[in-house]
Every structure is written in C-alpha cells, then in structure tokens.
Design a protein around this ligand. Structure first.
Ligand SMILES: [Zn+2]
Length: 351
C-alpha cells in the first residue's frame, strides 16, 4: 500500500505535537484498576499519531474506554452489564421505557443504565433475574400490563412465548438425563461439555439443532446455565450419584427419538475417554468459545453468550474437514483435537 492511500483511509484527529490533523493508529492494552474497592481489568484503546507517535485524544475512543471500564466494573461486581441489558430487551422484545414501567422504576431508569449509569444493586438483581427466568418476566408483564401500551404488551407476550417454547420442549433435559445415566463418573463440567458437543454436531449430522438453549462462555468452557444450576448440588459422592440416577425415571428420556439416542450413544463413545482438563483444552481451542470470550483474561468470569450461529458455522467446518459423515465418525475429530492439545501440553511442559 502506498503512503498516500494510508492518509486517505486512516482516521485523522488533531495532534498537539504536530499542530495539525494527522492520521492515527489504535492499539489495545489491558488495564488493571480498582473502583470502590473492587479490582478488575479491562481493555483500553489508545490512539497514536502516525507522524510523531504522540498519543492523540479522540472523543469516540475516549467514550469507548469509559464504557469498557464501566462494563469491567459491572462484571467484576456482578451488576448487570450494558450488553446484558441490551440482550434482555431483545430477548423479550420490549423497549427500555415499557420495561422500566413494568418494574415500577422511573420511566427513563433503564435508558440511563444502558447509557452508562451504574444500576443499584436491587435493580440489577431483578434485571438479571428476568434475563435468566422467562417465568419471572411473564409475572411482571401480567402484573404491570396496565402501565404499558397494548402493542408493547402483545409483542412482549409473544416473545416470552417463543422463549418458553424453545426451553419447554425439555430436549436439553432429556439429553442431560441421557448423559447422566450413560457416562460413568460424570461431573457437571463433563456434562456441560457433552451437551455442547451434542448441540454442535446435531445440525450437520441430524439436520437440525438438538436444542436452542443459551450457551455461555464460562471460564472452563461452554455452559448451559440452567442445567448447571440444576445439577450443581445433586450429588457429591458416587453413592449419592447412584441414588440420584436411580431416581431418574426412564420416561424422562422419552423426549428422545431412537435416532437421537443412537446419535448420543456415538457421541458418548467418542468423548468418554477424556478427562475434564482435556475437555477444557478442547473447547478452549475452538472458535465459538474464544469468540464469545473476546479479550477476557483466562481467569475472568463471564456470562457472554456463545452465539448459535458461531456454533453452527464452526461444526459445519469441522465435519467437512474431518469427513465426519455419521455420528460414529465424531471420533475422528476427538482424535485430532486430542493430538493437538497433547502436543501443545508437551511443548508447554518442556519450555
Ligand atoms: Zn503528531
């Protein structure tokens, strides 16, 4: 690229050192800071003059840094983030004002939280509960419907219906039960990985997505939060696990067709050899989890959503590349992934 072209296409801003507008480049750096006694880190952008290298003040970059800092603080202190608020409005197809009215907040309260004001702890808690619980959303919609327009009510009502329908076919429950019954010494972490791969390979191999539940990019890999919560305290020792298994009625698997059971059987055969740390390495090497984590540090907690579109794209490439034509071929992918994480581990150990 010629120099003249860079000048034309690069953004420009006023450089104090050069005394005129100059093109600048933007770099990211991770900043660790403390607000109100809470330590956290976030990615800050800075603009440097292409001509003299001095730092340049760019209002948009400054605004982005203020936002990134606020999001970092909100995440670290478990307050609902702007991104989560936007997801909440989208999920239930409701505007910020009608939502505020339903909750009995001041009319522009939710707008303020979206534009950067820190939510109070109590407001944040109720908003986070709505995000994870459509029943709660339905309750506040029905109780507060007099306070919003008919149109807003109908739209939100329909959206809640869609969310509940997606969750309510209980496919993910049945798939979880299947794994709990058929995988020896299963832990919640392994269950989460198996669910993720069951969802991932289902579109290319079964022709449809096994379940649409929201998958999040937690520290140790993809997690389906509702299933995680459900089995968090279900058992701690083998005998409790046995009792727990015995209490699962065979009928709870009835939501699975015979084709689906065979699919899950092949998937179990492919993945059952691998320990939790290896499975963590598997999902940490894959783009859907990495994309959802963005610039987060490995130790950062997160509830970022792994997009279903990302999962679909990734697994359609996987089946092509490893010529996976039937569920029994899933082993080919495991073999490849295991070799690659093992060679990386050997390298790290000998460094
Ligand atoms: Zn300059």
């Amino acid at each position: 690229m010629k120099k003249g072209e860079i000048l034309k296409t690069s953004p420009v801003a006023f450089c104090i050192e050069c005394g005129e507008k100059k093109p600048y480049t933007v770099t990211d750096s991770r900043v660790t800071t403390s607000v109100r006694g809470t330590d956290f880190s976030y990615v800050e952008k800075s603009a440097c003059c292409c001509a003299c290298g001095a730092e340049i003040y760019v209002p948009e970059i400054n605004d982005a840094n203020v936002k990134a800092r606020q999001e970092g603080y909100r995440k670290a202190s478990h307050l609902i983030t702007v991104a989560e608020l936007e997801r909440l409005l989208g999920k239930y197809d409701i505007g910020a004002r009608p939502l505020a009215s339903l909750l009995g907040f001041g009319e522009i309260t939710v707008n303020r939280y979206i534009s950067g004001q820190l939510p109070s702890r109590s407001h944040s808690d109720i908003l986070l509960e709505l995000l994870s619980c459509p029943d709660k959303m339905e309750e506040i919609l029905e109780n507060g419907k007099g306070s919003i327009s008919r149109v807003a009510y109908e739209k939100c009502r329909a959206a809640i219906g869609r969310v509940k329908e997606a969750q309510g076919n209980n496919k993910i429950d049945a798939v979880s039960m299947y794994f709990l019954k058929h995988v020896t010494d299963i832990t919640n972490l392994v269950l989460q990985k198996l669910l993720y791969y069951a969802q991932g390979f289902s579109k290319p191999l079964l022709g449809y997505t096994l379940f649409e539940d929201e998958c999040q990019a937690w520290r140790y890999g993809p997690v389906y939060p509702e299933i995680y919560e459900k089995y968090k305290y279900s058992w701690s020792v083998q005998s409790e696990h046995d009792d727990f298994l015995a209490s699962i009625p065979e009928a709870s698997l009835s939501a699975l067709s015979s084709v689906e059971r065979e699919y899950l059987e092949s998937l179990t055969r492919a993945f059952r050899w691998y320990s939790s740390p290896i499975l963590i390495d598997f999902t940490h090497s894959e783009s859907p989890w990495k994309n959802a984590r963005g610039s987060l540090e490995p130790s950062d907690p997160s509830t970022n959503v792994i997009s279903n579109a990302d999962i679909e794209t990734f697994f359609s490439v996987v089946v092509d590349r490893y010529s996976i034509k039937t569920p029994d071929d899933i082993q080919k992918y495991c073999n490849y992934r295991f070799k690659s994480v093992r060679s990386r581990r050997v390298q790290t150990n000998t460094k």
